[in-house]
Design a protein around this ligand. Sequence first.
Ligand code: U5P
Length: 216
Amino acid sequence: GRVIIVDHPLAQDILTTLRDKRTGQIEFRKGLVRLGRLVGYEIIKSFETYNVEVETPLGVKARGIRIKDVDKVIIVQVLRAAMPMVEGLLKAFPAARIGVVSARRVENTHVPGSMEFQIDVGYYRIPEIHGDDTLIVVDPMLATGSTILSTLNIVYRHGKPKRTITVHVIGTRYAIDRVLAKYPDIDVYLVAVDPELNERGFIVPGLGDAGDRAYG
Ligand code: U5P
């Protein structure tokens, strides 16, 4: 798998807004939607294309391209923080089938400083995954990796995709390595990699609790 940092200046500008503690709920959500769109366009760059020809209204042939299997995409969102990013990703993948996983870190069993969380999965609903599908799993923050690993474990029970991509705003090197150790073929897309996790498992400098900031 590859690790792709979306370093487009617009993505980095939006990330700065998200990090800013003065950014309120409405702007925060809007920023996540815009990042989802930008990351979606970045993901599309990795899809195969094929050549086609169309005829324009001038009765002349023009060469063009189509993106292969762009409609064979399943997006799985970790509730609730991933919802705005998925709205943005759908601009790039309007035909995607959508799954949801309600996964929550159990904060009260967490030993301060531990790099693992127990994950409580409440509800999930995932479309059937076929061998030619691209699976995109979205969680804005990849801190210890516990949430995404639990989510992937559930998602893969619904079939094996051709390719798996995870999408995050911010991740830690630790979590990226942990995910790739378990699933070496996954491609991880992030807008930034931050250096630290604090005692409570928050990314530092990070942007706080993504779900709380987006939804209150
Ligand atoms: N989370 C945050 N902010 C952080 C760290 C974690 O919002 O600074 C939330 C994410 O929304 C995600 C989960 O659902 O915790 C990821 O943590 P982990 O399971 O990777 O440790």
